[in-house]
Design a protein around this ligand. Structure first.
Ligand SMILES: Cc1cc2nc3c(=O)[nH]c(=O)nc-3n(C[C@H](O)[C@H](O)[C@H](O)COP(=O)(O)OP(=O)(O)OC[C@H]3O[C@@H](n4cnc5c(N)ncnc54)[C@H](O)[C@@H]3O)c2cc1C
Length: 406
């Protein structure tokens, strides 16, 4: 790779870097991808595996985000239908308010209508059916317990669940390689090579041999997840900006299947306040997703400072999260010994978030640090696994102004 001249070197082989590298290579740009560890082994390996259809975004009337989710989900379903499964999701409904059958029926109908092209071009097995309102008795029994008279009805819709996050990234990498993208893992990008205010390449270090190499390129796309923003470009337009804040996000897996009817939502209370969510109380939704004989439960958040900048949860934090789930699902009575895995990663927060009340960033961000002569550095801050393909298209559109494809 150090013999070549690239248009773009993408740093970080998570879902964002992989989608961006594939998209650029398929558009005719000479592209290389560099990953410091194993491809897809960091935050992307820890996602709740849900390729969101965007139902949630409708409560904020965010139609653009909804459409980008649906389009990106279709990209994944087209690429690797064997690695994704349509799973029915359930939410118990109350008699009145925003989570009543009346309001949810309208929301589900709108969602089905706006995503009416969601199955376009997909194999039958990958199709996502229409949503419905179901009787309380049709809800997963873990939700109902002994008494199903509490709920007026249930909402039922389908989400696409990734069976294996890492395998999906490998499919994307295969498509990138077929389009001519060069790639390496276990190589860490370290510094930009800048001469006369012009980006000439990026220095990488082989993490095993410690050998250093210069990859020559005009543009570096920094898609290093939590490490994005590691490079300096002088003069850096954003150098005086406050550093980004992050939330630690966690899921856990138990070795028991809580439902034979699909996934379901539960209300939990933690530090993340979803100010704009339906209901506006202090609770927010977590999901219990069946995975063969296990259940994946999440997602829980904590401000980076409250998490002491550390991805590992303490024993006290683990038992606090389990308490929240057991409080929401008294009949499930999950024992700590049933937990087989914890998943953790970092997600960007909105500016101005505090430890006590914080909000996750809604939109992925691209920060363009252009140097002279159409060379430069593009930082990518991704917020959802789902929308990485849409962000890759945005990156391509931005770089197309500077680069000529072959
Ligand atoms: C618990 C949890 C649950 C989630 N659930 C969902 C969900 O259900 N649906 C959804 O859509 N999204 C979900 N997300 C969000 C989603 O997982 C992230 O938005 C996405 O994975 C971020 O991908 P990324 O490529 O930006 O980061 P990463 O996956 O972290 O990739 C960045 C890569 O860059 C590499 N790197 C860093 N520095 C360097 C360097 N100097 N040189 C070379 N490589 C470098 C890292 O090793 C890493 O592999 C969840 C996140 C978490 C943590």
């Amino acid at each position: 790779m150090s013999q070549n001249q690239y248009d773009t070197v993408v740093v970080g082989g998570g879902i964002y870097g992989s989608c961006i590298a594939a998209c650029l290579a398929q558009s005719g740009y000479k592209t290389a991808l560099v990953e410091a560890q194993d491809f897809g082994s960091q935050t992307s390996a820890n996602s709740l595996r849900t390729l969101h259809g965007g139902l949630r975004y409708l409560q904020h009337f965010n139609f653009k985000r909804f459409q980008r989710s649906v389009q990106s989900r279709r990209y994944f379903l087209q690429l690797a239908p064997q690695l994704i499964e349509a799973v029915p999701f359930h939410l118990p409904l109350q008699r009145r308010g925003l989570k009543s059958p009346l309001v949810m029926r309208a929301a589900l109908k709108l969602s089905d209508f706006l995503s009416r092209d969601r199955n376009h071009g997909l194999e039958q097995q990958a199709h996502l059916p229409n949503s419905s309102i179901v009787k309380p008795s049709a809800l997963p029994s873990a939700l109902l317990g002994n008494d199903n008279s509490n709920y007026a009805a249930g909402a039922r819709w389908h989400e696409a669940i990734i069976l294996n996050n890492e395998a999906l990234i490998l499919e994307i990498l295969k498509s990138a390689e077929q389009a001519g993208c060069d790639m390496t893992n276990h190589c860490r990008a370290q510094t930009l090579e800048i001469i006369d205010n012009e980006v000439q390449g990026v220095w990488i270090e082989d993490t095993q041999s410690q050998n250093k190499h210069l990859l020559r390129c005009k543009w570096v796309v920094d898609a290093a997840g939590f490490n994005t923003g590691q490079f300096k470009l002088k003069p850096t337009p954003d150098s005086n900006k406050q550093p980004l804040q992050w939330a630690r996000a966690n899921n856990f897996i138990i070795n028991r299947r809580l439902s034979n009817k699909g996934a379901f939502g539960i209300s939990v209370t933690d530090s993340l306040k979803d100010h704009r969510a339906a209901g506006k109380d202090d609770s927010r939704l977590c999901f219990c997703i069946p995975l063969e004989n296990n259940t994946l439960i999440g997602t829980f958040y904590q401000h980076q400072e409250a998490a002491n900048n550390c991805l590992d949860l303490s024993a006290a934090e683990k038992s606090r999260l389990l308490e929240q789930v057991n409080a929401a699902l008294p009949n499930a009575n999950i024992d700590p010994s049933e937990i087989t895995q914890w998943h953790s990663g970092w997600l960007p927060l909105k500016p101005g978030s505090s430890v006590e009340a914080f909000e996750l960033e809604d939109h992925s961000r691209l920060i363009n640090h252009q140097a002279a002569n159409n060379s430069g550095l593009l930082e990518v801050y991704g917020v959802k696994y789902t929308t990485a393909p849409a962000v890759a298209q945005d990156v391509k559109a931005m770089l197309a102004k500077h680069l000529k494809s072959n």
